[in-house]
Design a protein around this ligand. Structure first.
Ligand SMILES: *Cc1c(COP(=O)(O)O)cnc(C)c1O
Length: 427
């Protein structure tokens, strides 16, 4: 006898179809609230007219040509770093202006003209909140500079190692934009500096001597703030180490400076497969035609794209925003990989949400949308003890013979542990 006696065995075809139609109606009812809400969370494509008007205004201010705008060096050189320029480009309230002037004495800020063009006029705009200093940065009484103790997990210059088979090379402290929620704020300092060739050589030497390292993540700062030549050299060195199986890049430029993804850069990346690139889109509004064009070029170069969003209070801590973000990302061939719980970094703790909010978001993704749009929610354990996944409870109880599961819709089921009767493979 089957363990699943079929409910449909004795039914007519009409009855079966009737049951399926009822179930379909029930499933449809599960997303009506989202379908109503999603139009009020415009993507960068849906806000394209507003963004284009902003772009024209910013270009006029700088006297920029179309070629200038498409040139990432022009974008970097013209990063906005002062209130005097900012207020010429976007409307600022007196309170916003006062906050920036006060905070910038402690923490630096910089926004590329491109990222500035994504801003809406509402002070609560998710783009503004990621880019412009806010008064709360100075009111932080609980944050610490280095919650991950990165300094204590660096066995060689530029390297952070927290895992058995993979590590990070931290190549620069530079970024196209200084995110207000930055986890490495302590490194951002006042001056941009890249690691010296000597330090990078020592990092490579460490990887060469440790044969268990099969996965090397190049990050910063922003890995793509390196010059094309340095990146080509570094990737070549890693390719020459037989036990390095994959290279990864950590970069936010597809979001903050998509012009950096040039055909020349893509020619270099295409020479060094396999490369996995993880970026950080945090809100659907960041998914713009320009970001898509950059992702298209990367995909054509054979780079595999993933997203590591940060869960941020007042920016994306809502199930509908995260669902739309992850769906928009799949449309531009970026696979949602992680949602990070924000770390207690000094000057950024006003962005931290409750853990319950994170779990609620995961609850509203699994089952409700494509599995491809469901990243893993991660809390970084303190002192560099590693990424720890947080999931809604799907296992309600278990013994040797059964588990009690709850499904995505919260139906409870008893599931038999039949595999206990079979032999295990391997050693
Ligand atoms: C995040 C991280 C990695 C990569 O972790 P994955 O879970 O494999 O993506 C590797 N090393 C360090 C130090 C990290 O912080």
């Amino acid at each position: 006898m089957s363990i699943y006696p079929s409910k449909g065995r004795l039914m007519s075809r009409e009855t079966k179809r009737e049951i399926a139609l009822q179930r379909a109606a029930e499933l449809k009812a599960r997303i009506v609230d989202y379908l109503d809400a999603r139009a009020s969370i415009p993507s960068g494509f849906e806000a394209a007219d507003e963004i284009e008007a902003n772009r024209r205004r910013i270009m006029a201010y700088f006297g920029a040509t179309e070629d200038d705008w498409q040139d990432w060096r022009w974008q970097l050189k013209n990063r906005v770093t002062s209130v005097a320029v900012l207020e010429e480009l976007i409307p600022l309230t007196a309170a916003e202006k006062e906050a920036i002037l006060r905070v910038e004495r402690t923490y630096r800020w910089a926004v590329s003209p491109y990222y500035l063009s994504l801003m809406g006029n509402d002070p609560e705009c998710p783009i503004r909140r990621q880019a412009l200093p806010g008064a709360a940065e100075l009111e932080d009484e609980v944050g610490v500079l280095d919650p991950m103790d990165e300094e204590l997990t660096s066995p060689a210059p530029a390297i952070t190692r927290r895992y058995p088979d993979r590590l990070i090379i931290n190549v620069t402290n530079q970024c196209a934009m200084y995110c207000r929620h930055c986890q490495r704020r302590r490194n951002i300092g006042e001056v941009d500096r890249s690691r010296s060739r000597r330090e990078l050589e020592q990092a490579i030497e460490y990887i060469r001597r440790n044969e268990e390292i099969r996965d090397v993540l190049i990050t910063g700062g922003d890995a793509l703030m390196l010059s094309d030549a340095t990146l080509d050299w570094l990737l070549t060195e890693l390719d020459n180490i037989p036990h390095v199986e994959i290279k990864r890049l950590g970069t936010r430029v597809p979001v903050t400076l998509p012009q950096r993804i040039t055909p020349e850069l893509c020619r270099i990346l295409a020479k060094h497969p396999p490369i996995y690139l993880n970026t950080q889109f945090n809100h659907p509004r960041e998914v713009t035609p320009a970001a898509k064009a950059a992702c298209d070029r990367l995909v054509q170069a054979g780079v595999v794209l993933g997203n590591q969003a940060v869960l941020l209070n007042g920016i994306n801590n809502h199930p509908f925003i995260m669902k739309k973000l992850n769906q928009e990302l799949l449309k531009i061939r970026v696979r949602p990989y992680y949602i990070f719980h924000a770390k207690p970094v000094k000057g950024t703790t006003h962005f931290i949400t409750t853990i319950e909010e994170g779990v609620e978001i995961m609850e509203h993704l699994r089952g409700y949308t494509s599995g491809l749009a469901v990243p893993t929610y991660i809390i970084n354990a303190p002192h560099g003890l590693g990424k720890t996944p947080i999931l809604p409870q799907y296992v309600l109880a278990r013994n040797e013979d059964h588990v009690v599961l709850r499904t995505w819709e919260k139906r409870t089921i008893l599931y038999p542990n039949l595999g206990r009767r079979n032999k295990r493979a391997g050693a």
